[in-house]
Ligand binder design. Structure first.
Ligand code: FAD
Length: 379
């Protein structure tokens, strides 16, 4: 057992799992609490795959973080002895002025990243699966691909445990108090004392993080799978992960078939705001399904538009769609990562390191400055 500070981590989504690993590897004593069974599907981190992109349309300031995150995914692969990250390239299409195409182009230009722009003829030939409008541009981002999400979360938990972290599932934390440099935490009807607290509660942040509810809006999102049809929608056949933004701003994405579940497809825009993160919002799910069937017929006519599997997941939206990674205003010994707003997974290895930095050293890379809470004071 280590002699470093005793750190509690709340949440075993990808962020809490990555933080537990980073802390334990640095010699801290780590106890992680997860309210549900490990690997559960009630939060934001479950499922086979998550997109990874580097030319980040959401904000060019994420690019340096993504370059580092890509290296850290490879380090986790080495530690776990399994493939967790596929740099396949991602196919993107939309109008030149769409957030996706314009934002990706801007990030690539500012950071000297390569984008392979496809002529109409090339797009039709190489990506014949997609029926694109004449006014859409198409490109491939080579520094992009996907992460195997369930595997990555399990790998972090296993690696944390190998570095002596104590991991507790089915252990909801009902509250915490910072007092004179110590943190008191209530879990399973018992009080525990820690030197540091790392909060990574995803869409369950609510009152628990003691910042007020204004920093988080949980959104219920639906995901769908359709049949891969004679293996045509596989990586081996050149079908890449993709993102398409429509003229009305709706943004859908999908993956090649990577397992027996078939071809996964989702919508990044939209979703049903829910007051309670466990609310399933069935009416919104039914509407999303109808909408996705129509999208498949229109944009990927060769794939079956019959949905064979359906699941849901939570986006934990921050007020501006950017993450909140910071020390807690109430105590320098409490640090948090929340508001990942539906695009955090790819950053998890680096967010885990940042949380460990903040908890153990009180500061992290200055590239995280734009994600501090203080930005909301200025708004
Ligand atoms: C459908 C969907 C598609 C996505 N696609 C992408 C993508 O392509 N690329 C990408 O980068 N990102 C993507 N994301 C976003 C990404 O998955 C999330 O940003 C990330 O998983 C957030 O992880 P988290 O650890 O913050 O939250 P979570 O995974 O929700 O983990 C929080 C954990 O904390 C636990 N917890 C909360 N409160 C307590 C408590 N009091 N006591 C004990 N435990 C507690 C919860 O049970 C949960 O397990 C997607 C998300 C969804 C939903």
């Amino acid at each position: 057992m280590s002699g470093g500070p005793h750190c509690a981590v709340v949440g075993a989504g990808i962020m809490g799992a990555a933080a537990a690993y980073a802390l334990a590897r640095r010699g801290a004593r780590v106890t992680l609490f997860e309210q549900f069974p490990f690997g559960h599907d009630r939060g934001s981190s479950h499922g086979a795959t998550r997109l990874f992109r580097t030319a980040y349309f959401e904000h060019p300031d994420y690019v340096p973080l993504l370059k580092r995150a890509a290296m850290l995914w490879r380090e986790l692969e080495e530690e776990a002895h399994e493939t967790l990250f596929e740099m396949t390239g991602v196919f993107m299409a939309g109008r030149a002025d769409s957030g996706l195409i314009a934002g990706t182009s801007l990030a690539a230009e500012q950071h000297g990243l390569h984008l392979h722009r496809l002529s109409r003829a090339e797009a039709r030939k190489r990506f014949f699966w997609f029926a694109l409008d004449d006014d859409m541009e198409a490109m491939i981002e080579p520094d992009a691909g996907f992460v195997y999400a369930d595997r990555a979360r399990a790998a972090y938990l296993k690696a944390a445990s190998a570095h002596d972290a104590e991991l507790h599932e089915n252990s909801p934390v009902s509250g915490w108090t910072a007092k004179g440099g110590q943190i008191e935490l209530e879990a399973g009807g018992e009080r525990h004392c820690f030197d540091r607290l790392v909060l990574a509660p995803g869409a369950f942040a609510g009152e628990f993080v003691k910042l007020g509810r204004k920093f988080l809006q949980p959104l219920r999102k639906s995901l769908f799978w359709t049949s891969p049809g004679e293996d045509r929608f596989t990586l081996a056949n050149g079908f890449l992960p993709y993102a398409i933004e429509e003229a009305d701003g709706r943004f859908r994405y999908g993956f090649p078939a990577v397992d027996a579940d078939g071809v996964k497809i989702g919508e990044h825009t939209g979703g049903a705001p829910v007051a309670d993160p466990l609310d399933q919002a069935p009416d919104a799910a039914a509407e999303a399904r109808r909408d996705m069937e129509a999208f498949l017929k229109r944009r990927i006519p060769g794939v079956s538009s019959t949905i064979i599997k359906e699941q849901s997941c939570l986006y934990a939206m921050s007020p501006d769609g950017h993450f909140i990674i910071d020390r807690h205003p109430e105590s320098e010994h409490v640090v948090l990562a929340m508001g990942h707003s539906g695009h955090g997974f790819k950053f998890a290895p680096l967010i885990g390191e940042a949380l460990a930095d903040l908890a153990l050293k009180g500061e992290t890379m200055r590239e995280f400055d734009f994600l501090k809470l203080a930005r909301f004071d200025q708004a």
